[in-house]
Design a protein around this ligand. Structure first.
Ligand code: CA
Length: 195
């Protein structure tokens, strides 16, 4: 595995339009992130498996495998639950958004996007990821979770919580915008609860 110079975060861009790829990688590099580039889903999945990616920017409309399918496969692969996944799409319909989030995306940006907004979403995604990775801390609103000592604070007050509830809360906080079906939760449980 290659090592990367910055510790700001490693971002994988999966995008088939060269001008979009150029725009994204230029701006992310300028912000100090390391960037891996894939022009199709196959390469994206390969790079995803081989590297410890912090955040994925994934185009919806890709040749061969669609972005939606790439998203699904990334989420099914081992240990991807703490990688932040943002879908990029020209399709702005509510139904598409729900489908994207259903497949495991954490966030959704409609093209044409402002690069400033995209960078802000990337920063926020990396922040969620870094907190979990380095301190084992997750926060959402008034809820604070410490993954290492398995404690939960709500409004700074400690609450008592069982192991299954703890895992469930962790899954929900890691993807706060996602609606999970019962099956998806069971699948995620299967991946994480016996660790
Ligand atoms: Ca495309």
């Amino acid at each position: 595995m290659k090592t990367y110079s910055s510790n700001k975060g490693l971002i994988l861009i999966v995008e088939d339009e060269p001008s979009q790829m150029e725009l994204l990688s230029f701006n992310l590099n300028a912000e100090g992130y390391d960037v891996l580039k894939a022009e199709d889903g196959e390469k994206g999945l390969l790079l995803f498996k081989e590297n410890n990616i912090d955040l994925v920017l994934l185009d919806w409309m890709l040749p061969n495998i669609s972005g939606l399918e790439v998203c699904r496969q990334m989420r099914r692969s081992k240990d991807s639950s703490d990688c932040h996944l943002i879908m990029l799409t020209a399709r702005g319909e509510e139904e598409d958004k729900v489908r994207g989030l259903d497949m495991g995306a954490d966030d959704y940006i409609v093209k044409p996007y402002s690069i400033k907004e995209l960078l802000a979403r990337v920063r926020s995604g990396i922040r969620i990821r870094t907190k979990t990775k380095s301190h084992g801390l997750l926060t959402y609103g008034k809820i604070e979770m410490d993954i290492n000592n398995r404690s939960v604070l709500i409004d700074k007050k400690s609450i008592s919580i069982g192991p299954i509830e703890f895992k469930l809360l962790q899954i929900l906080i890691q993807s706060p915008k996602q609606v999970f079906s019962r099956m998806q939760l069971l699948e995620k449980f299967g991946k994480t609860i016996w660790k």
